[in-house]
Design a protein around this ligand. Structure first.
Ligand SMILES: [Cu+2]
Length: 151
């Protein structure tokens, strides 16, 4: 458990970093080489525009595990970002603008959870797989998919 008390204690250790032998780094081997950074062109663009043409742009976006996707409403029309709950990969967290726990809750609450002009909804993907989602008021044509690849 990472409590505020733990955080304060850790920062205290960091401040006293000059004192050798005061412990605290036992679980972190220091001679392990840093993993080589693999260039990820996918992480360069993690923004999906939600347009007045009632589209997600791009409709399909590929990111890596741990990436945060930002959905931005670029026009005057408000939208939602709502995951298709039944299609989530096993173990994946549900996501929807408004931070609802389920697709049913998101549908019921709309327009609560809508994303208006220049507003952003963000979600960090921690599970690999394909995540189909839709916009509640424009579901007939406004659907998209986030593909999350293992890092
Ligand atoms: Cu929409």
């Amino acid at each position: 458990m990472y409590t505020r008390r733990t955080a304060l204690r850790l920062s205290g250790v960091a401040l006293a970093g000059g004192l050798a032998g005061c412990g605290g780094a036992e679980s972190e081997p220091t001679d392990t080489p840093e993993p080589t950074e693999t260039p990820t062109e996918t992480s360069a663009n993690t923004t999906v525009d939600m347009t007045d043409e009632l589209k997600f742009e791009p409709q399909t976006l590929t990111v890596s595990v741990g990436d945060t996707v930002d959905w931005v409403t670029t026009g005057a029309v408000a939208h939602s970002v709502t995951a298709y709950e039944e299609d989530l990969p096993d173990g994946a967290a549900y996501f929807a603008s408004g931070d609802f726990d389920s697709e049913a809750a998101a549908r019921q609450a709309y327009p609560e959870g809508s994303v208006g002009r220049d507003e952003v909804y963000s979600h960090t993907f921690e599970t690999a797989g394909e995540f189909p989602y839709f916009c509640i008021p424009h579901e007939s044509g406004m659907v998209g998919t986030i593909i999350v690849e293992s890092a």
